[in-house]
Design a protein around this ligand. Structure first.
Ligand SMILES: *Cc1c(COP(=O)(O)O)cnc(C)c1O
Length: 375
């Protein structure tokens, strides 16, 4: 980045992503595949860069949420397998096949549509079956009274012409949350998933080679659920290792700079809505970051940032392109000083809490205006 242009940027440590990949890899059983989730621009870290790194590291699979994200990776030279976790309209079956992209199939009706489209092209589409075991989102319902019908629908999907069923998976709702109730729920989801795969084998003679269910929470908290492949996203970027068991490192630092500094007398209101009033002569720094960069407006007056000399409280409403901070107690901070919003020193969890959200959302919210600087 042009040094004079330094405004706000996201510093991404590829070395830390590699470190995290290797730490997770050495924690999972040998023979267990590693799928890196790179949806949503790799949680803001840059999908193509992260995918290239994972391909280089020897990861087995990538996952994205939609066809456009998959095509971006193929156009960028990614040759490893890519799974689309979300829905793709059957009309794009040709594109999926042409670019060798694996599609998730979530119900019999969609399986039939993909099958018909693939047969019409005289080709085969690689699919993974998704089972809804309690997330109540996408997937074949196989619980309770739907048990037999669900498994039957999966079996019928697998047998359709033009489809090759390589994988079957499910997704956990509370694998990252502590407590006995959450553990019981996750174990119930897992047991149902195992039941489905066993029924497929014993009743229908269908053995699907890649069974996977472990998102980040499960990789950390339920290593016994790794099966044939793990599927971490958040964890890969250095978050969610709540106990520090894996020794992971955060990979993004969001950094801004001080644009100008002014002094105001006590009783001066700062920013839109006059939500903050100075109570003493105050040295205010204007920071070159706002909600259009991904700093949530909801965190206004509730967060603080890191400078090499200590923390500075954010004051006044966060604007689109700027926000203000109280520098009165840190006279060392000057125009041009780098201020970390989250990263190595400023805890992303604290900022997320101030904004009433989770770190996932902050990572994905760093906008395209913010240049990614790779280290
Ligand atoms: C996003 C997603 C993941 C990754 O979740 P993390 O909590 O980031 O590990 C895994 N599987 C599915 C189906 C997902 O949608």
């Amino acid at each position: 980045m042009d040094d004079l242009q330094k405004r706000t940027w996201a510093e991404i440590s590829l070395a830390n992503i590699r470190h995290n990949y290797e730490a997770i890899r050495s924690d999972i059983p040998t023979g267990c595949r590693f799928l890196g989730v790179v949806k949503a621009d790799a949680y803001g870290h840059g999908a193509l860069r992260v995918a290239m790194l994972l391909q280089d590291c020897g990861a087995d699979y990538l996952a994205v949420s939609c066809l456009d994200e998959a095509l971006e990776l193929r156009a960028g030279g990614i040759t490893m397998p890519i799974l689309i976790l979300g829905h793709t309209p059957w009309q794009y079956t040709g594109s999926l096949i042409e670019h060798d992209i694996t599609q998730t199939v979530t119900c019999l009706a969609k399986a039939e549509e993909y099958s018909a489209a693939a047969v019409a092209l005289g080709k085969e589409l690689n699919i993974h079956i998704k089972v809804d075991t309690g997330m109540s989102r996408l997937g074949f319902l196989c619980d309770g009274s739907l048990s037999e019908e669900g498994v039957d629908h999966i079996a019928r999907s697998c047998r359709l012409p033009g489809l090759h069923t390589e994988g079957i998976y499910t997704h956990f709702a509370v694998s990252d949350e502590p407590g006995e109730e959450n553990r019981a729920y996750t174990e119930k989801q897992f047991a149902l998933f195992m039941h489905v795969t066993e029924e497929l084998q014993t009743k229908y003679g269908i053995r699907i080679p890649i069974r996977h269910c472990a998102n980040s929470g499960a990789v950390v908290n339920y290593p016994e659920m790794a099966l044939d492949m793990v599927r971490p996203g958040y964890l890969l970027y250095g978050y969610g290792d709540t106990t520090g068991r894996l020794g992971l490192k955060p990979c993004m630092r969001l950094v801004t700079t001080v644009s100008t500094i002014k002094h105001y007398e006590a009783g001066t209101s700062i920013s839109y809505g006059r939500r903050f009033q100075t109570t003493r002569r105050t040295r205010i720094g204007v920071l070159a970051v706002g909600y259009a960069d991904g700093l949530p407006r909801a965190a206004s007056c509730k967060c603080s940032f890191y400078t090499p000399w200590g923390k500075i409280p954010q004051v006044g409403t966060i604007c689109m392109d700027m926000c203000m901070a109280d520098l009165t107690d840190l006279y060392e901070v000057e125009v041009g000083t780098e201020v970390e919003l989250f990263g190595e020193h400023a805890d992303i969890n604290a900022l997320a809490e101030a904004a009433g959200t989770i770190p996932y959302e902050l990572l994905c919210s760093v906008t395209k205006r913010v240049p990614r600087v790779y280290k």
